[in-house]
Design a protein around this ligand. Structure first.
Ligand code: BGC
Length: 498
């Protein structure tokens, strides 16, 4: 080999070594970044841990807070609102009743025909209408005028004239799914908005009156016979079919629970309630808080940046409005600390861009190459070309978020059962162990009904906390459409025409 040839060979070797060094360096760097992403996941998982011991503490805290909320107004973050509903529908009512269900970005109008004893619900018609975005933060007058006009058009379409005399006032069950301090079964003051609504001038007003004024303006001869929270409608409908129903839970965009409480246990309302039996209490459990809840830095940041910080702490950990957003926050942190999503992860910085249904779809993707995860990353988040192992990491994040939410909701349910002596411990009820009663809890809401992983985690955790034996007496019963039909049933039960 000549000098030139030797030189070329040495040169090539140097270049090869340099390339190899760069490649090795890059691989080491990649490995380090990957490890960082895994580290973010691990820390998050630790922060979200819901051991059985911790769930037990949440159960106890829920029961304690319920007592405190019943003792005095402001005694707990749990508002424990009185509903004035002491007779749940029994199936005897007859006639045509309407319902209006307002609680999210859509509202529903319903017409329900009841046949009286034996025939139950003969038929029901329902229509869905979106609420224009600007009305969610405008004035109460604009919001209720729009709703009343839509309701009037529905009544005109649905009413065939066969059921009621033209001049007879129609009766409405108004489901209003925000915290309301009721003055009677058909009136109540809005305490605050949740779930992204902010029609500020409505806070402090009687919501039923706002609607009745708008209905009169619209020329609609109708009155609010019952003003109810969606959770109370859920309880009413499930109880209509199954008399062992004692509590209800909603886990959808927002979350809430209610149950039948002994009147004498509602210390803050002594003298106000006439009946001696039970009354439905709207817990507003979305606002439950306890230091035992496993809260991470992501939850804290989400809360700080929300329009209602320090409020609805439980809801922000377990409901559909927030699970996608918690997931996005963790993925964004991974994107910042590693390059597993490549350079184009800008969209991950956009708040609420990942909605819970998309998160659930990624979580439930059982294709071997996680095709659905890739599709959502590409189409919704505009993050293409994410490796399979990084997609697997994303599924793990979804799993951690969902599992924590479902297990905490389960602990909340058992907390209620404990308070009313239906958790099998036989303490609160004074009953001896060994005389169990069948206990039905109605459940509604897309998270539980449509998201099977969530449902499985919740069901499993209820059994884990209660123990196999006690869990045999507890039935979680899906009650669809309670917020609509249940409200019409309550209107019938409290009708002035009755
Ligand atoms: C509201 C409750 C409602 C629940 C479910 C929560 O944000 O505060 O009143 O029942 O959402 O719709």
């Amino acid at each position: 080999m000549g000098r030139v040839g030797f030189g070329v060979a040495v040169g090539c070797a140097v270049v090869t070594c340099a390339i190899a060094a760069v490649l090795v360096g890059r691989r080491v760097q990649n490995r380090r970044k990957w490890r960082r992403a895994v580290e973010v996941l691990r820390e998050f998982e630790e922060g979200c841990a819901t051991s059985i011991g911790r769930l037990g503490q949440v159960v106890d805290a829920m029961a304690v807070e319920m007592h405190a909320g019943l003792a005095s107004d402001g005694g707990s973050k749990l508002k424990m609102l009185l509903t004035f509903i002491d007779n749940l529908p029994d199936g005897n009512a007859k006639g045509t009743y309407y319902a209006l269900d307002l609680g999210g970005t859509n509202f529903r109008v319903l017409r329900v025909r009841l046949g009286g004893k034996g025939s139950m619900i003969i038929s029901h018609q329902v229509e869905y209408h979106p609420i224009p975005q600007e009305l969610m933060s405008g004035t109460s007058e604009d919001l209720f005028d729009y709703i009343a006009m839509t309701l009037k058009q529905f009544v005109e379409r649905a009413d065939d004239g066969s059921e009621q005399k033209a001049d007879e006032k129609k009766e409405l069950g108004f489901t209003f799914s925000f915290p309301v301090r009721q003055m009677s079964v058909s009136s109540g003051i809005l305490v605050k908005w949740t779930k992204g609504f902010s029609v500020e001038d409505a806070v402090g007003k009687d919501i039923a009156q706002c609607l009745e004024e708008a209905m009169t303006k619209a020329g609609l001869n109708m009155q609010v016979a019952a003003l109810v929270n969606d959770i109370v409608g859920t309880l009413a409908l499930c109880h209509y079919y199954d008399k062992d129903t004692v509590a209800a839970v909603i886990i959808g965009t927002g979350t809430n629970a209610c149950y039948v409480e002994r009147t004498d246990a509602i210390i803050k309302c002594q003298g106000l309630l006439k009946n001696s039996g039970g009354t439905v209490v709207n817990m507003e459990w979305g606002n439950f808080w306890s230091s035992h809840l496993p809260r991470t830095s992501y939850d804290i940041a989400l809360d700080d940046e929300s329009p209602n910080s320090n409020d609805q702490g439980f809801e922000k950990m377990i409901s559909g409005m927030y699970l996608g957003e918690i997931t996005r926050r963790v993925l964004y942190r991974m994107a910042q600390e590693s390059d597993i999503f490549g350079d184009g992860a800008y969209n991950l910085s956009i708040r609420f861009i990942l909605r819970t249904p998309s998160m659930a779809a990624m979580h439930e993707d059982d294709s071997p190459d996680l095709r659905e995860v890739r599709r959502i990353l590409t189409e919704t988040l505009q993050v293409p070309h994410v490796s399979l192992r990084a997609r697997r990491l994303i599924v793990r994040v979804c799993d951690i978020v969902t599992r924590r939410a479902a297990r905490l909701a389960a602990a909340g349910i058992v907390g209620i059962l404990k308070k009313i002596g239906r958790d099998g411990s036989g303490v609160a009820s004074g009953r001896a162990k060994g005389t169990p009663r069948r206990t039905v809890v109605a459940i509604e809401g897309a998270l539980y009904v449509n998201y099977s992983m969530f449902r499985e985690y919740l069901n499993e955790a209820v059994v884990e906390i209660l123990g196999e034996e006690a869990a045999q007496n507890v039935v979680l019963r899906v009650s669809e459409d309670g917020s609509g039909i249940g409200a019409a049933l309550l209107a019938a039960a409290h009708s002035s025409n009755r």
